[in-house]
Design a protein. Structure first.
Lengths: 714, 136
């Protein structure tokens, strides 16, 4: 099987090289048959890589430890669901997943756009195959997933316990789908530049893929944040870690592109900006893939120093140099047809939104790479922490949320006073009302940034609500439909616009959660023995009793916590810490359980108003002499006897519970982050969903004019 | 106003704002940053009270608890020089003997005191260059 897998990799590499040659020759010599052959090479590549991926996946599912990558990342006791997902927990498997997804998404793109952007398409195909050839070469020469050992070990090391969380299983495919989908607009932008076809066609052709990339990368980022919140035992969802930042940067520039692309489509403006944004987004996606593998930056995810840094650096250097050359050499063709009419217009709002997003990306980039920058400048490695990031990202985020409300209601070209009065009165009133209410009634004035964010969010929600209401009213005036039917029809007829509005509403909700949970969080680390209690954020938390549980894979030690407010019972939480055995035999049969990887299973009471979050870290120092003694006495005992001894140690923990350190967090509105993200993704799906042809045809010019009149935008 | 002149003024204002913001970004990053140091560098010289970002590996067998205080030693990634560190509060799940950690510390006498919530442990999960049965 390993031979088949490796043969597929070589075949894929060969197909990619052939496809590059065929596409370029077809484009240069204007031989359509060759270009078509290059296009078909992408489909063949997808097929061959699917076989390679299935071979590796089946090795994981069969626990075939002759595959090195299976032996080091799975075990017979790993649950089947996690065995399937353990493929991408390894360097080799994740690279194979990356290139496989690239081939699949490229195939989808080339099918969807087969009759469009004909001149740019062969170059785009060559670019996509170029990425595939690069990753294929990495798999063949640097990180072969099909390396085998003989004899095969009887048991594998197992999947890292920290990764045994459902969201971690979906997180990498989502991230990689986002990254690989962003290479599609990148490739078509390169194709358009090379072919000098710089109208809005390449944008129209790839816009849906850019949106899909943005959506899937966003889902990946959210799942990572959720995993961090419930699994890592520190209670946060974002830590400005380089690996987190690596995924955020292309998402930010991708967001900017989705907005500025509309300006080019509608007004023929911002051509240089758009093409630069797409090229930057594609390069940042590759940079994100590189960062998690290079080991050049200290990250909590610490994907060790590997040998992949140099090839990636060469690729990124080549992409940057090529992009700069292409944009500079096509600057005449990229000149815009129109100019900005007024600073008070939707175009200007979009442009400002772009500047803020790119500014945010630059801040994140600078902070992420600051250790390398400072070492180059001063000779000393230094890093900036979350307070530095917050100093810049908080005001930029405030402006961004404000613009999410301004964009939908301000007029194109030039806003008049009448337009401003008509469209902004209610949203501004709501925003100010929210600020006044929270400052006076909820004591939010102590955190001005959070208060302003709540006001901005109120403004956005009112602006979006107003747009929905006016659109529905206009439709009802024409069709006499009931409100729900008119609303659904309104959205169906203009999915992109109203999907975008839903995204804006979700962003506002999400940022309310971020602002509230950051500004009004109460957190304490307390050391308690059974019977002890602590007060955090107005809640009394009492350590009632210890708990222990033995499973085949781990020993869980935990606590029952009683949470009360003003003497009234609020919740009973059961945080535990799971101890997974180490594979290091020198640690002893009992000690290897307690010196292995430990993971927190947090006690969480999530609610719309606040989350109660608790994690435990038992102090096992009093058990250590007993564990060491057991290791000596039962070193060569039968496994069932050793299991009995481990159970006895756990029972002693129950009888004589040592003190434990608890992290207790009372955090308001965290749930709003997840709900807001769901709204964002719902909006993105609405915008992504293809409009039915019949529906599009029925949208007559007369109807459009009437709706426009009703909306006062004619 | 002449549209060309208007555009020039807008561009000048925008560029000035961008330069100012970039200047602030660069200045604050250098002034607010924490220097990264290895244990051997800190062992050679560390100003008392100044914050450093210590990166290294937890010395096996050095982790002790004294009440709510955690004591351990951190050594160079590729060497044996180590420094003692104290830390109060909850530590990340992956923290244990031999793990690579990053922690902001200040020297107090002969000991380096970890700053609250600054301890991060590298996730040993993925993409490690060296593999072995114990590399889970």
């Amino acid at each position: 099987m390993a031979t088949l897998g490796r043969a597929c990799l070589f075949l894929a590499f060969g197909i990619a090289l052939y496809g590059i040659g065929a596409s370029l020759y077809g484009a240069r010599a204007r031989r359509r048959a060759w270009a078509e052959s290059g296009r078909r090479a992408v489909f063949a590549l997808a097929g061959v890589l699917t076989v390679a991926f299935v071979v590796l996946e089946s090795a994981f599912l069969r626990s075939d430890f002759s595959f090195d990558v299976v032996a080091t990342h799975s075990s017979t006791t790993t649950p089947t669901f996690y065995k399937a997902a353990a493929v991408w927990s390894s360097q080799e498997g994740s690279l194979l997943l990356w290139v496989w997804l690239l081939a699949l998404w490229s195939s989808v793109a080339l099918v969807v756009v087969r009759r469009r952007a004909r001149e740019a398409q062969p170059y785009a195909t060559a670019m996509l195959l170029g990425f595939a050839a690069f990753f294929g070469a990495l798999l063949i020469f640097f990180a072969d997933p099909f390396t085998v050992s003989s004899p095969a070990p009887a048991e594998g090391a197992g999947l890292n316990p920290l990764l045994r969380h459902p969201s971690m299983m979906i997180h990498p495919p989502m991230l990689y789908s986002g990254y690989t989908l962003f290479t599609i607009p990148f490739a078509f932008a390169v194709g358009a530049l090379v072919a000098r076809r710089l109208d809005a066609e390449w944008i129209a052709v790839t816009r849906r893929f850019a949106l899909a990339a943005w959506f899937l990368l966003g889902v990946g980022i959210l799942l990572g944040a959720r995993w961090s919140y419930v699994e890592l035992g520190w209670g946060g969802y974002w830590g400005w870690d380089p690996v987190e930042n690596a995924s955020l940067m292309p998402w930010l520039t991708g967001t900017a592109f989705l907005h500025s692309a509309m300006i080019q489509e509608k007004r023929g403006m911002l051509k240089v900006w758009n093409v630069s944004l797409v090229l930057a987004t594609g390069i940042l996606a590759i940079l994100g893939t590189f960062l998690v593998r290079s080991g050049i930056l200290d990250s909590i995810h610490a994907f060790g120093a590997s040998t992949l840094g140099t090839p990636f650096l060469l690729l990124i250097g080549g992409l940057v140099a090529g992009s700069v050359y292409l944009v500079a050499s096509r600057r005449v063709e990229l000149r815009s047809r129109h100019r900005l009419d007024s600073l008070f217009s939707r175009e200007a709002a979009f442009l400002l939104n772009n500047l803020v997003l790119v500014g945010l990306c630059f801040v994140v980039f600078w902070g992420t790479f600051f250790p390398l920058i400072s070492e180059a400048v001063t000779g000393h490695k230094a890093s900036v922490g979350p307070p530095w990031f917050d100093r810049y990202t908080v005001p930029l985020a405030l402006v961004l949320v404000l613009l999410a409300g301004i964009g939908p209601v301000i007029a194109w070209r030039r806003a008049t006073l009448a337009n401003v009065a008509r469209n902004f009165l209610i949203p501004v009133g709501v925003g100010l009302g929210v600020v006044a209410l929270l400052a006076a009634g909820a004591g939010a004035a102590s955190h001005p940034a959070a208060l302003v964010m709540f006001g901005c969010a109120g403004f956005v929600l009112a602006a979006v609500g107003q747009e929905f209401w006016r659109g529905t009213r206009a439709r009802r005036a024409m069709t006499r439909e009931p409100v729900p039917a008119a609303l659904v029809a309104l959205v169906r007829r203009n999915r992109r616009r109203y999907g975008g509005y839903v995204v804006h509403a979700g962003i506002a909700v999400l940022f309310v959660g971020v602002a509230a949970s950051s500004a009004f969080q109460h957190a304490r680390d307390v050391r308690l023995s059974p019977g002890g209690s602590a007060r955090v954020g107005g809640y009394d938390v009492r350590y009632v009793r210890p708990t222990s549980k033995l499973a085949s894979e781990k020993v869980s030690l935990g606590a029952v916590l009683d949470v009360r407010k003003h003497g009234r019972h609020v919740a009973t939480l059961r945080p535990t810490r799971g101890y997974y055995p180490s594979m290091d035999p020198s640690l002893g049969p009992v000690g290897r359980y307690f010196d292995g990887q430990a993971t927190s299973e947090v006690g969480l009471r999530a609610g719309l108003r606040r989350d109660l979050w608790m994690a435990i870290e038992p102090d096992l120092s009093s058990l250590q002499p007993i564990i060491r003694d057991a290791d000596r006495r039962f070193a060569s005992a039968r496994p069932d006897v050793q299991a009995f001894v481990i159970a006895a140690v756990a029972a002693r923990y129950l009888r004589h519970p040592p003190p434990a350190t608890f992290r207790i967090i009372v955090s308001p509105l965290v749930t709003w982050i997840w709900l807001g993200a769901l709204v964002v993704f719902g909006g993105a799906l609405i915008a992504l969903w293809p409009a039915q042809l019949a529906v599009r045809r029925r949208a007559t010019a007369g109807y459009a004019a009437r709706v426009s009149r009703e909306l006062g935008r004619a | 106003m002449d549209p060309h002149r208007k555009r020039t003024i807008r561009l000048a204002v925008a560029l000035s704002a961008a330069v100012l913001l970039a200047g602030a970004l660069v200045y604050t990053s250098f002034t607010a940053s924490t220097e990264a140091r290895s244990p051997s560098q800190l062992a050679r010289h560390a100003d008392a009270g100044r914050s450093y970002q210590l990166t290294g590996k937890v010395v096996p067998g050095s982790i002790r608890h004294e009440g709510g205080l955690l004591l351990f030693r951190v050594r160079d990634r590729g060497g044996s020089a180590s420094v003692p560190v104290t830390y109060r509060g909850a530590v990340p799940d992956p923290f244990r003997d031999g793990r690579e950690i990053i922690v902001d510390v200040r020297r107090q006498g002969a000991v380096f005191v970890g700053e609250k919530d600054s301890l991060v442990t590298k996730c040993p999960s993925k993409f490690t260059a060296k593999k072995g049965p114990a590399a889970a």
